[in-house]
Design a protein around this ligand. Sequence first.
Ligand SMILES: NC(=O)c1ccc[n+]([C@@H]2O[C@H](COP(=O)([O-])OP(=O)(O)OC[C@H]3O[C@@H](n4cnc5c(N)ncnc54)[C@H](O)[C@@H]3O)[C@@H](O)[C@H]2O)c1
Length: 437
Amino acid sequence: MRVAMIGTGYVGLVSGACFADFGHHVTCVDKDADKIAALKRGEMPIFEPGLDDLVAANANAERLAFTTELGPAVAAADAVFIAVGTPSRRGDGHADLSYVYAAAREIADALDGFTVVITKSTVPIGTGDEVERIIREARPDADVAVASNPEFLREGAAIQDFKHPDRIVVGTDDPRARAVAAELYRPLYLNQAPILNVSRRTAELIKYAANAFLATKITFINEIADLCEQVGADVQDVARGIGLDNRIGSKFLHAGPGYGGSCFPKDTVALIKTAQDHATPLRIVETVAAVNDARKRAMARKVAAAVGTSLRGKTVGVLGLTFKPNTDDMREAPSIPLITALQDMGARVRAYDPVGMEQAGKVLPDVVFCAGPYECAAGADALVIVTEWEQFRALDLDRIKAAMARPVVVDLRNIYRPDDMARRGFVYESVGRPKRG
Ligand SMILES: NC(=O)c1ccc[n+]([C@@H]2O[C@H](COP(=O)([O-])OP(=O)(O)OC[C@H]3O[C@@H](n4cnc5c(N)ncnc54)[C@H](O)[C@@H]3O)[C@@H](O)[C@H]2O)c1
């Protein structure tokens, strides 16, 4: 099939490259001329394991092309995906749909022959109806179906997730659109990936409900972690104890500094707004968002408590800045409010991240960026582990201790063992665990 992918960001680029790898002919379109020029040179705009090789292989096989010109790509396509951003709207937290609707208008002008327009961006319930209205108003003659196909990939494991999804959700009542979606994803359901054919509005809600549920699970275990600290229980054992119950499941039960990233924060708030507009407030999700927001700055107080004195004039080293490992994405990373709170308390912050420092520099101007974890620890009164990058799991702790002004480690990802750290002479704080094992 011929595919046009409108928006070559995280989702558009990964999805486009994977569809090309399935054998389809994909043109990835983006307004950002620098991004397209870089992709044509084989340079990736994001850090995602395996993406450069996948893009190169499919570009070489002439199944994957990049352009800033939407018209010809759409005219030639059987399926046009909308994969543009849907950030939080300034002021009220609703999803900003201006990019989606602008793309719909441009697509309408270029449609030629039967085409399925498929929204892959995460969009509120009813957006597909509006996309269809925009297109039909602009082009009453067009032979078009509008479907929803939300994306569930995780950054850092995006290719694996796209190629081995737990499910594929296709939202449309149009049999021709279903047939096109089935053909696009045929290699996957040969691999037994369940395809869920549902209505367009249902598909839109599935995506938000999934993200809100996962955000709730994280926030639940974070609050249980706080209780563990007060009562001398170990949250890791609690998580295992409940996670082994199949009805609960072990994923997303890792206590930490609060969820961040390009999806959960904005999607929970957008869902809350949709629900309020329909006079059915989702009070659980409202609480989750509020609890998570408060948690990020609270982690700075945890650092201050571990140091034991005011942070004014103290140096804090931060290991890990991205919202999770294996990505350079800094959107809504918990490191941002944490570092800001540390600075508000008067601390000087040094930081190291394996790939995120370029992006981090744009949002954290007053941080000293270091060349590695040992340089980051040098002279620090506390070292805070914020992102669980693989390379932080086996640090030379004696070297870290020797480099620091005070041996205080605050491990917000629970990657070290309290008893081991105490034996090595660290003041060690983690999340939801007794100080000594
Ligand atoms: N990032 C994720 O992990 C993830 C996962 C699942 C779903 N989503 C959803 O997918 C959507 C895209 O997210 P993302 O992280 O890929 O966004 P992104 O910001 O990385 O990329 C969006 C791209 O769209 C381009 N664009 C905007 N308007 C355009 C237009 N009219 N024509 C051509 N290009 C245009 C922008 O230049 C940008 O490159 C969002 O709705 C998001 O919620 C994201």
